[in-house]
Design a protein around this ligand. Structure first.
Ligand SMILES: Cc1cc2nc3c(=O)[nH]c(=O)nc-3n(C[C@H](O)[C@H](O)[C@H](O)COP(=O)(O)OP(=O)(O)OC[C@H]3O[C@@H](n4cnc5c(N)ncnc54)[C@H](O)[C@@H]3O)c2cc1C
Ligand code: FES
Length: 416
């Protein structure tokens, strides 16, 4: 069994969202610039007392659903600090939670602690764009610390924001009894009187983020998202890490049907765009022509076929869709010998997934070490050693594949 993990970026879409203009800015107090760099990240607010912190653990609050929690000494913060603070539940029913406290240009901001993509701790990220955006340390999503709105990347939900004040040198945050990790981003409603049509071609992560961003930025016209796949937009990167998920594509959905309905984003699945006529502003589908006012092409990337003999033989599979992943899972039963062609992210992730399934895996790459092109030689060397410990064979021949010959499950690979 030969697997291909060689992506080619056909029409890579870059989509950046302008920071949300909704003003849910936390009410903040000023605080002196502090000197101490680190901070007790535990805050005990349950009548247990807050170790090392002034004031009572449970402060009075006007709104019965909210509580005021003393989370830090203002003087312990230096400009630019991002810190995670745990909020502990109380005996009277307030739940646990966590916030990120940011001290930027003399003001405190409090937000949810986790990225809405895969819950990375945002306090380990960096403050960018006039220090008003926190950038996730894992995959680069960004959120506006004033509003919690997602402004870039793969975090589709917003993070909550909380009111902050500084009283007698203590940083006081007002949090709800039940703290949500994420909240729905602020979105405009479709206005039937707005007859504009915006078509988004491609139902990948970029397409769905674009449709979201249009509504977040106040667009009230029609949005039509067209994808040739039969699934709602889904989280493609999961496929190389967890082949089993491919059998339940709905579990990978980035947004469900109810979401699209609520925000009046029309999704046309299993619809291949055959032609885009920018002059006439028309999109041509099988048996249908649609007029548009604006269009975004977000049709993504496809695995790159190797220009060698035998690459189209049965049993040579590429990984891009849930259907591809299902084919790979069916073919790569425990004990099978599998050659993965390509030694960067997708190839290496798949190799690791297949090892966990009990396959005998060999990775073939043209570089000296895995990830050489993207991460460099030293890191690649370290990963090569780690992968060997995991009993995956790695062949880095620095050679070009010439051809494949095979029948059934017996293969020969020829190199220069
Ligand atoms: C197995 C795998 C693992 C990955 N892992 C990671 C990872 O861990 N981290 C990471 O950052 N990236 C990863 N990637 C890359 C990541 O998935 C892509 O960068 C991302 O999907 C790009 O999103 P996109 O919306 O631009 O394009 P795509 O996801 O490619 O979506 C494009 C959409 O357009 C549709 N389309 C194309 N042509 C037409 C047409 N003519 N008519 C209608 N629809 C059309 C396609 O069917 C598709 O639904 C991985 C990719 C794969 C394949
Ligand atoms: S976890 Fe934050 S971008 Fe992925």
């Amino acid at each position: 069994m030969i697997l291909r993990g060689l992506p080619r970026f056909r029409a890579q879409t870059s989509w950046s969202r302008v920071a949300s203009r909704t003003s849910r800015r936390a009410r903040v107090g000023t605080a002196p610039v502090a000197t101490s760099r680190w901070f007790e990240s535990m805050c005990f607010a349950a009548g247990l007392g807050m170790a090392g912190m002034a004031g009572s653990s449970r402060l009075s609050c006007e709104d019965p659903k909210m509580r005021r929690v003393n989370v830090a000494r203002a003087a312990d913060f230096a400009d630019g600090d991002l810190r995670q603070v745990r909020i502990v539940g109380t005996m009277d029913g307030a739940g646990d939670g966590a916030i990120m406290l940011a001290f930027i240009d003399g003001q405190f901001y409090a937000t949810g602690a986790s990225c809405s993509h895969y819950s990375a701790p945002l306090a380990e990220g960096v403050a960018a764009k006039d220090k008003m955006h926190v950038v996730c340390p894992w995959h680069n999503a960004a959120f506006d610390i004033r509003t919690g709105q997602p402004v870039r990347g793969s975090g589709l939900e917003a993070i909550p924001t909380y009111q902050v004040s500084v009283e007698d040198g203590n940083v006081i945050v007002q949090v709800p009894y039940v703290m949500d990790d994420f909240v729905a981003p602020a979105m405009s409603q479709r206005d039937p009187a707005d007859e504009r049509v915006f078509v988004v071609l491609g139902g990948g992560a970029a397409g769905v983020a674009a449709a979201d961003a249009l509504r977040q930025e106040g667009y009230k016209g029609r949005i039509l998202l067209i994808t040739e796949e039969k699934h709602l937009p889904y989280d493609r990167p999961v496929l190389s890490k967890n082949l089993g998920k491919a059998y339940d594509p709905a579990s990978l959905s980035l947004r469900d049907e109810a979401y699209f309905k609520k925000h009046e984003i029309e999704v046309k699945c299993a619809a291949r765009v055959k032609k885009l006529d920018a002059g006439q502003k028309t999109v041509h589908l099988e048996g249908e022509v649609l007029k548009y006012d604006a269009a975004l092409v977000a049709t993504g990337a496809k695995p790159r076929p190797l220009p060698i003999n035998g690459f189209d033989l049965p049993g040579v599979l590429a990984l891009r869709t849930p259907e591809d992943a299902q084919q790979i899972a069916a073919a790569c039963q425990p004990g099978k010998k599998v050659a993965v062609l390509g030694s960067s992210f997708i190839g290496m992730e798949l190799a690791s997934t297949l090892r966990r399934r009990g396959c005998d895996v060999v990775v073939l790459g043209m570089e000296q070490v895995p990830f050489e092109r993207v991460l460099g030689n030293r890191l690649g060397e370290a990963l090569k050693v780690a992968e060997k410990c995991g009993k995956t064979s790695l062949l880095f021949l620095s050679l070009l594949f010439l051809s494949l010959e095979g029948k059934g499950c017996n293969w020969k690979l020829y190199f220069t």
